[in-house]
Design a binder for this molecule. Structure first.
Ligand code: DP6
Length: 326
């Protein structure tokens, strides 16, 4: 009754911002992402009659009461679905800072789902796993399938799920993640999503989504890096424009974020093909092809901003491993 899973964070090329159902976490639009090799969560789950309460531990950090409740809710959904009772011990570990927009909730709920069902002895299809992970945190559904992933928004619990578009070894891209602030973000994404309809720019954003999905899909199919880069940079700007015009506004990007964004555009004008994208935090994901990795890393170092650089390749989705954390 013990299992361990590893799950990657993912960077959204087409972003999930806003839900049509807050409880089921049904998104307003489809999204597309790439799993990240350098930002992963490992989680061990054990069901045992010896335990007298659920215990949840983050190695090298701590969970707030709210976060603990969210994990317990996920465990309860697993218990209910499998029909097992009893308490659980969960130990989890991230390779990257929690809450800094590096999508710890995505890798966290993906790893918890896969380890939780395996520990409970129930085998699930990948689609079912993505549905369960989505209920914990929307973007977590994209951390389960391999490599490059699409989340079909759907309109019910059963048809809002994620699937792999291409495996991780399909295209040798890099996500050079520049951590400018490893602290917790001020406003959680769950809270942020709920204000989305107060932005006057939301309708315009949603109207553009089908075209952007088509551009990203075409770029992936043809490995057209410029087409991909242009679409994802526009998309990141579109989402942050909505965030920043919500009431109250959400400013996830800081001065350092903007310095890096401008630098990426300047490098491109000097012949280094790289594009930025930013999730709900100040850190910048710089997307480039493998051949340009060294150049981009060198440029980032020369800027002298940022506390850490994580070089990511496209990664497999969540999977079971043999080595337990306890
Ligand atoms: C900006 O998946 O963290 O990273 O479903 O409320 O847990 P909840 O939200 P979450 O939102 C992620 C938002 C984003 C964009 C993205 O990853 O698509």
């Amino acid at each position: 009754m013990k299992a361990t899973a590893v799950a990657p964070a993912n960077i959204a090329f087409i972003k999930y911002w806003g839900k049509s159902d807050d409880v089921l976490r049904i998104p307003l639009n489809d999204s597309i992402s790439m799993n990240l090799s350098g930002a992963q969560t490992t989680t061990t789950v054990e069901f045992s009659p010896v335990y007298t309460k659920d215990s949840i531990m983050l190695l090298g950090g701590s969970f707030s009461e709210k976060e603990t409740d969210r994990v317990v809710d996920s465990l309860s959904r697993i218990r209910e679905s499998v029909g097992v009772g009893g308490f659980v011990r969960v130990v989890t570990q991230n390779t990257f800072p929690k809450g800094a927009g590096a999508a710890a909730s995505a890798s966290g709920f993906a790893a918890l789902t896969v380890a939780g069902f395996a520990a409970a002895g129930k085998s699930m299809t990948e689609k079912e796993q993505t549905i369960f992970a989505r209920l914990g945190s929307g973007s977590a559904c994209r951390s389960i399938p391999d490599g490059f992933v699409q989340w079909q928004k759907g309109n019910s619990n059963d048809n809002s799920y994620a699937y792999s578009l291409y495996p991780h070894d399909y295209w040798d891209l890099r996500d050079i993640l520049v951590i400018v602030d490893a602290g917790m973000k001020k406003v959680s994404t769950t809270e942020g999503h709920s204000g989305v309809t107060t932005s006057p720019l939301l309708d315009a954003r949603l109207r553009q989504i089908p075209d952007k999905i088509a551009r990203v899909s075409h770029a992936l199919a043809h490995k057209n890096f410029q087409e991909l880069g242009e679409a994802i940079e526009e998309e990141s700007e579109s989402m942050h424009s909505v965030m920043e015009t919500q009431i109250p506004p959400l400013y996830y990007r800081t001065g350092a974020t903007h310095v890096i964004m401008e630098a990426v555009v300047a490098w491109r004008n000097r012949g280094i093909p790289a594009y930025f994208t930013i999730d709900a935090g100040p850190n910048v994901h710089i997307i480039c092809e493998a051949k340009d990795e060294d150049k981009v890393v060198q440029q980032v170092k020369q800027l002298g901003i940022g506390v850490d650089i994580i070089v990511n390749t496209p990664a497999p989705g969540a999977h079971i491993v043999d080595r337990h954390l306890f």
